[in-house]
Design a protein around this ligand. Structure first.
Ligand code: PLP
Length: 401
């Protein structure tokens, strides 16, 4: 097919050329004496992306789901109580994973479109005088509904009660794209994967663990082997791994971290916010609503857009793919058919976002959804123009000459 697939699912995301070429290397000897010179620097620098000084980063072959499993099994024991909330497919799946590991999960049901219920968490924690709750789970960015939650507020709730539970955060679709501060927010376990903000293929589960989490690891009884922090720590300290690492992906991760730090994390977050705001302007111009019920929950990495009654959001994604070679996210589980999603994270600029908006608009119109062609694109264009960085044309010409 001529042209190329426009990839606007919320992960995997678009891979920059520089990352692709960074991985176009011969396979290498993971026990070579100079391998640690590479890995130790990577372990050090990726901490900047998680914003932790005292924490430790583990890089497992795997995906975000493996990261969840690593966080849970390394710090908890079967029967331990965990406080969680379910407001989308990914917060649901993490709870399911906990239950399958024999944890006792107190899962607060929240309407899909809202985020972590901080007040309910505070009440449950206050009632837990015996400190039976060993961990509190937060899905920072619920990718199914496009909802971002307030991790810092959960930390404040824990601190206000002097509650010792571990704070575990799913940052799979937030870390490296939107503001995330492991150290400052007192996050004990931070879970991410390679295929979203890191702009790489799927294949790495990247987990940050605080010193408190590492302490908990010493007495945690959940069975684990592949994801064992202890095995990792014993070998990582010298720059090696307990089993064959995904060396090619590690080379890509090096390039990804370099790229993120060169752009500057604050600039990365601002770029995501600006692009997301343009998408939200388009949704408004279409006369449609986001699944995220309030602006405080608007995600800067993914928008779940409600289609009017009588239409199927999954048809929008299907038609966009088949007719226009545009990949949009499907509605998952409870919101299947009710929404379609635009992933706007990773390596993205204004014109790329406009491409997704144009295609979504066309697909909606083709299905009879009453949106005016060009309306969303125009609204986003206005936003991108109004917020574009200033350009000095004369300076540009002078520099070129
Ligand atoms: C918020 C969130 N958590 C966890 C996962 C699971 O990650 P993976 O599919 O990489 O296992 C995803 C996947 O999209 C996600 O969006």
């Amino acid at each position: 097919m001529p042209g190329r697939n426009a990839l606007f699912i919320p992960g995997p995301t678009n891979m920059p050329h520089a990352l692709r070429t960074a991985m176009d290397v011969p396979l290498e000897d993971q026990r070579a004496p100079d391998f640690p010179a590479f890995t130790l620097g990577l372990f050090r620098d990726i901490k900047q992306v998680f914003k932790t000084d005292t924490g430790q980063i583990f890089i497992f072959p795997g995906s975000g789901t493996g990261g969840w499993e690593a966080a849970i099994t390394n710090t908890l024991s079967p029967g331990d109580k965990v406080l969680a909330s379910v407001f989308g497919q990914f917060s649901h799946l993490w709870v399911d994973l906990c239950q399958r590991h024999g944890l006792e999960v107190e899962a607060v049901d929240v309407p899909w479109g809202e985020g972590v219920p901080v007040e309910t968490y505070a009440e449950r924690l206050a009632a837990d005088k015996a400190h039976e709750i060993k961990a509190v789970l937060v899905c920072h960015n619920e990718t199914a509904t496009g909802v971002t939650s307030d991790v810092a507020a959960v930390r404040r709730a824990l601190d206000a009660l002097n509650h010792p539970a571990l704070l575990m955060v799913d940052g799979v679709s937030s870390i490296a794209s939107i503001d995330f501060r492991m150290e400052e927010w007192g996050v004990d376990l931070a879970v991410s994967g390679s295929q979203k903000g890191f702009m790489l293929p799927t294949g790495l589960a990247i987990v940050g663990a605080s010193q408190k989490a590492l302490e908990a690891n010493k007495s945690a009884k959940c069975p684990r082997c592949f994801f064992d922090f202890g095995d990792m720590m014993r070998t990582n300290v010298d720059g090696f791994f307990p089993y064959t690492p995904a060396t090619t992906l590690l080379r890509g991760l090096r390039a990804s971290v370099d790229r993120l730090l060169a752009e500057g994390l604050d600039n990365v977050f601002a770029r995501h916010h600006r692009i997301a705001a343009g998408v939200r302007k388009a949704v408004e111009a279409w006369g449609l609503e986001l699944c995220a019920r309030e602006p405080r929950w608007h995600s800067d990495t993914v928008s779940a857009i409600c289609v009017p009654d009588g239409f199927d959001g999954n048809d929008v994604a299907k038609l966009a793919y088949l007719r226009y070679n545009l990949s949009l996210g499907l509605g998952l589980s409870k919101v299947a058919g009710k929404v379609f999603r635009i992933g706007h994270l990773g390596d993205l600029d204004d014109l790329m976002a406009l491409q997704a908006l144009a295609g979504a608009e066309m697909a909606m119109r083709d299905l009879g959804i009453p949106v005016e062609l060009g309306s969303g694109v125009a609204a986003a264009q206005e936003h991108y123009r109004a917020t574009a960085r200033p350009v000095d044309l004369n300076a540009g010409i002078a520099a070129a000459m």
